[in-house]
Write a protein that binds this ligand. Structure first.
Ligand code: CTP
Ligand code: MG
Length: 227
């Protein structure tokens, strides 16, 4: 399985300058934890890390320091996550027929979640890890009055990994560029192209490091896993 890791963001909501993925949890950069999970996955053979060029030396050092032993490539990202993924897709080797996309910021995903997604991708041409929403979600208007309360039974929170047929995902991205679609995950492009996307049970601990509180929660979870 080929894996693309978008890691070219700037972490505005974290409130730091520079890439939030270089912040440390338990003495290791966030991206190291993500890469260590990919390393332990039995299905992943090749990893493309999509970053900003200025971070490449740090990423190379990190790959060395964790003894990353799978084939890897650094790929220059774009202005948005969507552009970064597209750059990643263009850099996949021709042999890649299926791809998992996993945000560098989701550093708590387990190797077994990567493997479950890889296995399921042999059955479904598009899938995402997701978990059933626990909160009651409100749709809110511009003045912050509630407009609607969707039925929670139909609500799932999207995570990554997200897996796709490479050809189909490339087609969806090309269509998005042609029609000016801007989305926050790859599944949304499939939806717009009216292609089915299967939900795979994700992990409650698979949070995305977005704001400072996520760092504290992630540290707690990772500390429990160290034997
Ligand atoms: N990402 C990317 N290229 C971009 C923007 C984001 O590869 N131009 C990556 C991030 O590095 C992250 C993932 O997409 O691993 C999810 O994005 P997010 O959590 O939003 O990270 P940032 O965009 O860095 O954070 P923020 O939105 O707060 O600025
Ligand atoms: Mg972002």
């Amino acid at each position: 399985m080929h894996l693309l890791i978008p890691a070219a963001g700037s972490g505005k909501r974290m409130g730091v300058t520079g890439n939030k993925l270089l912040l440390e949890i338990l003495g290791m950069p966030i991206i190291s934890w993500t890469l260590k999970a990919a390393q332990k996955s039995v299905s992943i053979e090749w990893v493309g890390i999509i970053g900003q060029k200025c971070d490449f030396p740090r990423f190379e050092n990190i790959l060395l320091s964790i003894g990353f032993s799978k084939k890897w490539q650094l790929i220059e990202g774009g202005e948005t996550r969507q552009e970064s993924v597209y750059q990643g897709l263009k850099s996949l080797p021709n042999s890649a027929k299926l791809v998992l996309i996993h945000d560098g910021a989701r550093c708590l995903a387990t190797p077994s979640l990567f493997d479950q997604c890889s296995d399921s991708l042999l059955v479904y041409s598009a899938l995402i890890a997701a978990i059933a929403v626990k909160d009651t979600i409100k749709i809110v208007d511009a003045e912050r009055y509630i407009a609607d309360t969707p039925n929670r039974e139909q609500l799932w929170a999207a995570q990554t990994p997200q897996g796709f047929s490479v050809d189909l995902l490339k087609e969806c991205h090309a269509k998005a560029i042609a029609l000016g679609w801007e989305v926050t995950d790859d599944a949304a492009l499939f939806e717009r192209c009216q292609l089915p996307v299967k939900i795979i049970e994700g992990e409650e601990t698979n949070l995305k490091i977005t704001t400072p509180v996520d760092l504290a929660i992630a540290e707690y979870i990772l500390a429990q896993r160290i034997d």
